[in-house]
Write a protein that binds this ligand. Structure first.
Ligand code: ZN
Length: 325
């Protein structure tokens, strides 16, 4: 076979694959809404496209999504946090198009306290922060002066907050981190989320039910139903109870090593039993809908885009970040 023949064959198969992919992409309403032909993800661009966008001053900031691959109860895919952070980063970048590029997401985070549940992968805190630092340093090396880490996992929040000020000083750029959940105010959520309305009305009768909102419950389930329904499984509380899982004792020695720092601090914390809280999360996930997810995505997108916009402005003016209070 001559080179030109094999080359024609490769091009034909690539064309066929692209045609198939675009037919598939166009085939779902959800894809039409959330998958965008504007390539805001850094990795979707060629070096030429990225270089020219930088040279022409089109790209003024970068977002780095950070997530986790960890248990999200019985019904959500393990990569929920990485998926949600990436989604919000992408939606914010589209809103500010073409000023923002979204770097390759950090799909793993700091989640040792979830290790009793199968499927969780945790980084050590120092691995996570070293990874994020390396991504930030790479982007600044290419001349990006404004960077926001958009985090989707609670366990990453404190390590980022602790590290960012020193990195900002060292690299001399407008740098910050934001956990997208910070966009949500309990009062606003109580207007359209059942679990938050019940909390506001004092109708959540146990500490487990009052603290179940942060993970795998109504918020995250709704977001995935709206944007990634393929990552949500149907379930019933009957199925949940029949699985009869125990997260409070009987750990293997390997799991116990991960949990030790947390059990030392007193687990369950403040009399908040792990098993009851896990069950409460499962109950509250039943309130989730696609429509609620769309509102949650909109609120978080507005919040993140607003923050990046202010950061770009600070960089342009040479103003300090964070702005003086
Ligand atoms: Zn999560």
């Amino acid at each position: 076979m001559s080179d030109s023949v094999s080359r024609r064959g490769w091009i034909a198969s690539l064309k066929a694959a692209l045609a198939g992919a675009s037919a598939g992409w166009a085939g779902t309403a959800q894809a039409q809404r959330y998958v965008h032909p504007r390539r805001v993800f850094l990795g979707e661009n060629t070096r030429k496209e990225f270089r020219e966008a930088l040279e022409q001053g089109r790209i003024r900031a970068a977002i780095i999504p950070t997530g986790s691959t960890e248990q999200h109860n019985e019904h959500l895919a393990l990569d929920c946090d990485a998926t949600c952070a990436t989604l919000i980063a992408q939606q914010a970048a589209l809103r500010l198009y073409p000023a923002v590029t979204v770097s390759t997401a950090c799909p793993l985070g700091y989640a040792p306290y979830h290790m009793a549940r199968k499927g969780t992968i945790t980084l050590r805190k120092e691995t996570f922060t070293a990874y994020v630092y390396d991504v930030i340093r790479s982007l600044t090396t290419h001349g990006i002066r404004t960077i926001l880490v958009v985090n989707g996992h609670n366990g990453n929040h404190a390590p980022l907050l602790e590290s960012i000020p020193a990195w900002r000083k060292e690299l001399g750029v407008t740098l910050d981190s934001e956990t997208y959940i910070s966009a949500y105010r309990d009062e606003e959520l109580a207007e359209f989320l059942t679990s938050y309305r019940l909390l506001k009305e004092g109708k959540l009768d146990t500490i487990a039910r009052r603290t179940a909102m942060s993970h795998a419950s109504e918020v995250e389930t709704s977001i995935l139903m709206a944007a990634h329904p393929e990552r949500v499984r149907p379930f019933t509380m009957d199925e949940y109870d029949r699985a009869a899982q125990n997260y409070e004792s009987g750990y293997s020695p390997a799991v116990a090593r991960y949990l030790e720092p947390f059990t030392k601090e007193g687990w369950p914390k403040g009399g908040n039993p792990e098993n009851a809280r896990d069950r409460a999360r499962q109950e509250q996930a039943l309130y989730a809908t696609k429509e609620k997810g769309e509102r949650l995505i909109e609120i978080a997108t507005r919040f993140i885009a607003g923050k990046v916009d202010k950061m770009i402005e600070a960089t342009a003016k040479g103003a300090p970040w964070p702005p003086a209070a």
